[in-house]
Design a protein around this ligand. Structure first.
Ligand SMILES: Nc1ncnc2c1ncn2[C@@H]1O[C@H](COP(=O)(O)OP(=O)(O)OP(=O)(O)O)[C@@H](O)[C@H]1O
Length: 601
């Protein structure tokens, strides 16, 4: 059983006190939550081991882990492991392996990553690894992130060619020789602190390379002269290929790859005439200018939008493809486009690529369930589109935009900020929307799951409308864990669990943001590192001994006339983002107390 395998895994570790609740008398998982510390669970299955900062040491028994067929991610970062490379390639389904900040030693065998076709992320920064960077890494088709910095790797960098490789860091090793041309666009910082690396993005290699800094690539066996000639040819080809990839990437990821739209940028999104909304199995279909091309027509014929409410005028994907579109933002999670239909209707299409956590039937059922929700503080789902590779969710366009932009994006433009009565009204509306979600979706542990200021839109008279709710069950777990707000909560960061009070924590963070006017910048980062940042952010903007100076100055005169009520609301917010779940307010208490705050202006 999973319990036995994990207990066996634990038995070869030394100093495993942190795993004391690994006890066969309770099952390791309870649905999507972990009973045992350091596990990541989904539907009672273990998909991740997150054993970080536990002072663990000893032997990593990979063999035992092969008995966990759903295991996709392993993090052992910030421990004291000092062994040689464990045979992780026995875990062929692994997608992410994080071993940074330990004392692993010895060389990593050349074939260490053979057959690990699913592996996307490998972080081994700040260990004591020696020898050469293993060649088998160059054969991984999905490799996205490779962090090998802060070790003692030597020799040349193998010829990485994967176009998927976007995060690459080998700084502070003892590497020599020419940087493979396909890596020339990576920041020079990622190659700094090595013995003798050359070529873009660092300085060009000298030709011929002098004896003292010559770095023959022991793996290629080619002469320096031929390397130079081949490099020039390859470099030219790469420039052309990178150019094409860049253009395609810009078309697909219009915000330039930024993880989350930065609300302090202009509130008016840059208008584009041509945007790709539907990706039909690899070929893209631009909105507007190519609407009449036969491929677009063929694709549109095969595409059907599923409408989830009866009270809405219907349109089809033909119409959507003809519409002129504008990019609203491109987060880690999704990309959003605003489209004007021929009948004048303005809609927003959100495109998700990683929404495959459930099968087709369950997905349809879940969307219909979301479609049945109706509340003055929820932005209703209008329609959706299902394909295995991607999903589109369609909502109305809300012309006043998001709370994030209203709070943080207007300052430079001389626009009036939100006053206290409006902020209080927004907080009360958000709380009511959340209360409704809890009532209508009781089976979800976190009925919202991604509550933050860019997911609160402002309707007429600043009525807040919650967006992106109820999506936790359908988003791929790995992406969800890296991006969704609930997974940045203290209980998830520390114990790998989400509770009925986790959305309350997000509500607390949001109220602190509304009252202080400070933006939790760690929302802009993805994945690890951003998590503690967000949990600690509250303490940085509202220190232990806080006074009236913490409130947003933009609230002007109300700061003196309504100070008492503001203090009351901030205290409620702090009780909502209390790190200890047992001491945190539950939703009912939080809502009662919020509704009791008065608009005294
Ligand atoms: N229906 C809508 N009407 C108006 N603006 C919207 C609408 N939906 C989203 N937006 C705005 O578009 C921008 C991009 O939203 P999107 O939801 O794609 O990303 P995000 O909320 O910034 O981050 P994440 O990817 O984590 O959800 C945000 O500023 C958001 O407030």
């Amino acid at each position: 059983s999973d319990s036995e395998l994990l207990i066996k895994f634990k038995s070869s570790l030394t100093n495993a006190d942190a795993l004391s609740n690994w006890n066969p008398s309770t099952p390791p998982c309870n649905g999507n939550n972990a009973n045992w510390v350091g596990l990541l669970c989904a539907s009672d299955k273990i998909w991740g081991l997150k054993l970080e900062k536990m002072e663990l040491k000893g032997v990593i028994d990979v063999e035992s882990l092969t008995g966990l067929p759903d295991l996709r991610t392993i993090s052992l970062m910030h421990n004291n492991f000092d062994s040689n490379w464990p045979e992780f390639n026995k875990l062929i389904a692994l997608k992410a392996l994080y071993l940074s900040n330990n004392n692993f030693t010895g060389s990593i065998p050349d074939e260490a990553f053979q057959n690990m076709e699913w592996l996307k992320k490998i972080h081994v920064s700040n260990n004591q690894f020696t020898g050469e960077i293993p060649m088998s890494l160059t054969t991984l088709p999905k490799l996205k992130e490779l962090k090998f910095d802060g070790n003692k790797f030597e020799g040349a960098i193998p010829d990485f060619k994967q176009p998927t490789l976007t995060v690459f860091n080998v700084a502070n090793n003892a590497l020599v020789g020419e940087i493979p041309p396909a890596l020339s666009k990576i920041s020079s910082v990622s190659f700094s602190g090595n013995r003798a690396l050359c070529g873009a993005p660092l300085e060009a290699c000298k030709t011929p390379i002098s004896d003292s800094d010559q770095a023959p690539n022991p793996k290629s066996g080619a002469s320096v002269g031929s390397i130079v000639v081949v490099s020039i040819v390859v470099a030219l080809a790469v420039i052309v290929i990178v150019g094409v990839i860049f253009i395609l990437h810009r078309r697909k990821s219009p915000a330039g790859g930024a993880c989350v739209e930065n609300p302090s940028s202009s509130p008016n999104p840059h208008k584009k005439s041509n945007r790709d909304i539907v990706d039909d199995g690899g070929s893209t279909h631009s909105v507007s200018s190519h609407a009449s091309s036969s491929s677009t027509r063929r694709a549109a014929d095969s595409l059907k939008l599923s409408f989830v409410r009866d009270d809405r005028e219907r349109f089809d994907l033909h119409e959507l493809l003809k519409a002129s579109a504008e990019v609203l933002g491109s987060g880690c999670f999704s990309s959003s486009y605003k489209a004007a239909l021929t009948n004048g209707m303005m809609i927003v299409v959100k495109r998700f690529k990683q929404m495959n956590n459930v099968g087709r039937d369950e997905f349809h059922e879940h969307m219909r369930r979301i479609g049945r929700l109706s509340h003055p503080n929820l932005l209703p789902l209008v329609a959706y589109y299902y394909r295995k590779e991607e999903k589109l969710l369609v909502t109305d366009y809300v012309k006043h935009g998001s709370l994030a932009v209203r709070l943080h994006g207007y300052q430079g433009l001389g626009q009036p900020s939100l006053d206290w009565p409006t902020r209080l009204k927004i907080v009360k509306g958000i709380a009511k929307g959340l209360e409704y979600l809890y009532k209508e979706m009781p089976s979800l542990i976190a009925p919202h799951g991604h509550l933050k200021s860019s997911n609160v839109l402002l309707g007429e008279s600043f009525v807040p409308l919650l967006n992106d709710y109820g999506l936790v069950p359908v988003i791929n777990q790995e992406l969800a864990q890296d991006t969704m707000v609930i997974y940045k909560s203290p209980e998830y960061v520390q114990h790998g669990r989400v509770t009925k009070r986790t959305d309350v924590w997000s509500l607390g963070i949001l109220i602190v943001e509304i009252l202080t006017g400070k933006f939790p910048a760690s929302f802009l980062q993805q994945g690890k590192g951003s998590e503690m940042g967000l949990a600690n952010w509250v303490h940085s903007v509202v220190p232990e001994e806080w006074g009236v100076e913490v409130f947003d100055k933009e609230m002007g005169g109300s700061l003196s006339s309504s100070q008492g009520e503001m203090v009351k609301l901030l205290n409620i917010a702090l009780a909502c983002c209390e790190g200890d779940v047992d001491k945190r307010l539950d939703l009912k208490e939080a809502i009662e107390r919020i509704q009791g705050v008065k608009d005294t202006d």
